[in-house]
Structures are given as structure tokens and as C-alpha cells.
Design a protein around this ligand. Structure first.
Ligand SMILES: [Zn+2]
Ligand SMILES: [Zn+2]
Length: 350
């Protein structure tokens, strides 16, 4: 076993504390990754502070499922990586590799459910623990080369937030001439804005107040609509080819359905408890609602190549790993501009 230092919640909603644990020994196709930066995702907050949403008895829990680092050891059958290579890993670290979705590179849709980076069980029966830790062990199939021209800290969030927004933009064929709406220009939404613009779309951001509107404009959206402005919302009628809704709390989506062109789709990626809408707004105009989250190995690599070619990274604020509780508190209050990333380099050396 490989000793690892991390930050864990020992019980649901407990503050994270230093916690030592073990990773599995490397199989022939595993690599060990010394973690340098790990993003703080809204899913981490939900897992660490489950409340009555999905009570989780699997504690202690180490979160963190969007990270970058360097390979420090490789199994004897590893072909993609050598010791010293910079790598990136996202929120899926294994799958059955035999079902239809897996064979087509869509491992995130594995018929037997993929193994999640934390809170899952690997094929050796061990619970997975995330990357708020010094080291991660992963099969090379689910590790990716870090694009050398991109800032590593800004790449970490691409591995969850990036692929979660890239995948639906591709599935709904966003491209030159598309008019795309992005609801909520935060951790997920700001990457949707950057990606959709790089794909050639014009992008309208839907935000809740003037301050956020200013920030969205600075980020490069073509236009902002403040969602409490009824006249402005009504003026969006049948304007959009596609709307990506990234808001993580329950909200009414009828006005967005009306804002879609006929036979167009809204995709929800915010993992809300409930989608609230009047079905008449699907029937009138033949609208669709879809969902997306994460991505398979083929599309994740494609996303990284796309981001490298277009110089796209997440807007990040880097905090030291020992500030992880502050980071989670700020995320819970939405007091974050886009994405917090933890610098893990000091962990284990003190
Ligand atoms: Zn995530
Ligand atoms: Zn499968």
C-alpha cells in the first residue's frame, strides 16, 4: 500500500482535518500522480456536507475530482506516460470497459456505472478517496496529458467543469452562427462562455444582478440579461439555438424554454433537486430538455486539445490546501469568482 496524506471530513459536515490513508499498490497499468493542484467543485461540497440531500455514511471522505500533477511512478505495462510527465485527471477513474458505452469511449455512461474519483469503489473493492491529498493512483486509461501551453492550476477545473460544459455544447452542435444562452456565469458557466465563443457562437449570459453582469461582460459574453428584469426576459422569446443551464439550485426554467427557438433544447448541468417547468412550454415549439455531466475518455481528450488550441483555462483563485475549509465555506456562500483551486504542494512536507 502507498501512504498518502490528505484532508478528510471524518463525519458528514465536519470541518476537514489532516488524515493519513493508503492508496492501492500500482497495477501494471496504473500510474501514481503527485497532486499539485485540485479544484474545489460544487459536488465536493454536496458530498462533504450531504445534509438531507443524499446522506452518506461513507466517511471519512476525501473529496477532489479535478486535479493535475506529475507521474512519480508507472506500472510495468503503462504505455502513455513516463515518470515526470504532467497529467490531469477528472471525476471518473474506471469503468467496466466492456459495455457498449465503454467500448465507444463514453465511459461516463457505463452500463455498470463508472468508478468515481472519490466516494466510489474501485475494481479491487477499495473505496476511492479524492485528490485533496498528496498522491492519487489511477489507471493510465483515465489519465490525460496536461497541455504544456496551459497554466496547470487553470487546467484542473477543466477536468470536471470543463468537460461537463464542453460535452453538451458539442452534443447540441454549437458552432459558428449559433446563439447560445448560458444561465449562471459561475464555475461551470464561465467555462461554457469561453468554450461556446471559441466554437464560434454568440453567447448571452443570464445573471442575477448588475455586479455579476459586469463580470460576465469582462469575461467576454456578447450580451447579458438580468433574470429579474421581466421586460428583458420577455424580449428573449425564441432567440436561442441552445441554452446551457448551470445553476445548482432549484429555479423556474419556463422563461428559458420560451427563449429557445422552435425544436431547440435546454440542457441542465447544475444537478438540481428538481426541474421546475410547465410542460406546455415544451409542447409549444417542440422544445427539449436534456442533461449532461462529465465526459468519456475520447471527448475529455478532445476537450483538452480544444482548450490547448484556443488557450482556454478556468479563471481560478489559488489557495493553499490548509485553507480548504475556508474554500468550502466560500463556495457554500457563492463567494467565489469562478473557481477555487487548492495548491497541494505543501501537504506532506510538514
Ligand atoms: Zn466536479
Ligand atoms: Zn461499461
Amino acid at each position: 500500500m502507498r501512504p498518502v496524506a490528505g484532508y478528510a471530513a471524518l463525519h458528514p459536515a465536519a470541518p476537514l482535518t489532516r488524515w493519513d490513508f493508503e492508496r492501492r499498490d500500482l497495477t501494471g497499468t496504473d500510474i501514481a500522480v503527485k497532486v499539485s493542484y485540485v479544484g474545489v467543485c460544487h459536488s465536493d461540497l454536496d458530498a462533504l456536507r450531504p445534509g438531507d440531500r443524499s446522506p452518506d455514511t461513507n466517511f471519512p471522505l476525501v473529496a477532489g475530482h479535478e486535479f493535475v500533477g506529475r507521474a512519480t511512478a508507472v506500472g510495468d505495462r503503462v504505455s502513455k506516460f513516463e515518470v515526470g510527465d504532467a497529467v490531469a485527471v477528472g471525476n471518473i477513474i474506471d469503468s467496466c470497459l466492456e459495455c457498449g458505452p465503454c467500448l465507444s469511449g463514453k465511459e461516463h455512461f457505463c452500463d455498470h456505472y463508472p468508478t468515481l474519483t472519490y466516494g466510489g469503489v474501485d475494481r479491487f473493492g477499495r473505496r476511492t478517496q479524492g485528490a485533496y491529498a498528496t498522491e492519487y493512483v489511477v489507471d493510465e486509461k483515465f489519465a490525460y496529458s496536461l497541455p504544456p501551453n496551459l497554466d496547470p492550476a487553470g487546467v484542473a477545473p477543466l477536468m470536471c467543469a470543463g468537460i461537463t460544459t464542453y460535452s453538451p455544447l458539442r452534443r447540441w452542435k454549437v458552432g459558428a452562427g449559433s446563439v447560445v444562452g448560458v444561465v449562471g456565469v459561475g464555475g461551470l458557466g464561465h467555462l461554457a462562455v469561453k468554450l461556446a465563443r471559441a466554437m464560434g457562437a454568440s453567447v448571452v449570459g443570464f445573471t442575477v444582478n448588475e455586479e455579476k453582469a459586469q463580470k460576465a461582460m469582462a469575461l467576454g459574453v456578447d450580451e447579458v440579461v438580468i433574470v429579474t428584469d421581466d421586460a428583458a426576459m420577455n424580449a428573449q422569446f425564441r432567440r436561442f439555438d441552445f441554452i446551457l443551464d448551470t445553476v445548482p439550485v432549484v429555479h423556474d426554467i419556463d422563461s428559458y424554454l420560451r427563449a429557445l427557438k422552435i425544436e431547440s433544447a435546454l440542457c441542465s448541468v447544475g444537478i438540481v433537486d428538481q426541474l421546475r417547468f410547465d410542460p406546455i412550454n415544451l409542447i409549444v415549439g417542440g422544445k427539449s430538455i436534456g442533461g449532461a455531466g462529465s465526459g468519456g475518455t475520447v471527448e475529455t481528450k478532445e476537450m483538452l486539445d480544444f482548450c490547448s488550441a484556443h488557450q482556454i483555462i478556468s479563471e481560478v483563485e489559488v489557495l493553499p490546501i490548509d485553507a480548504v475549509n475556508t474554500a468550502l465555506d466560500r463556495l457554500s456562500r457563492a463567494a467565489v469568482d469562478y473557481r477555487l483551486v487548492l495548491d497541494v504542494s505543501m501537504l506532506g512536507s510538514n
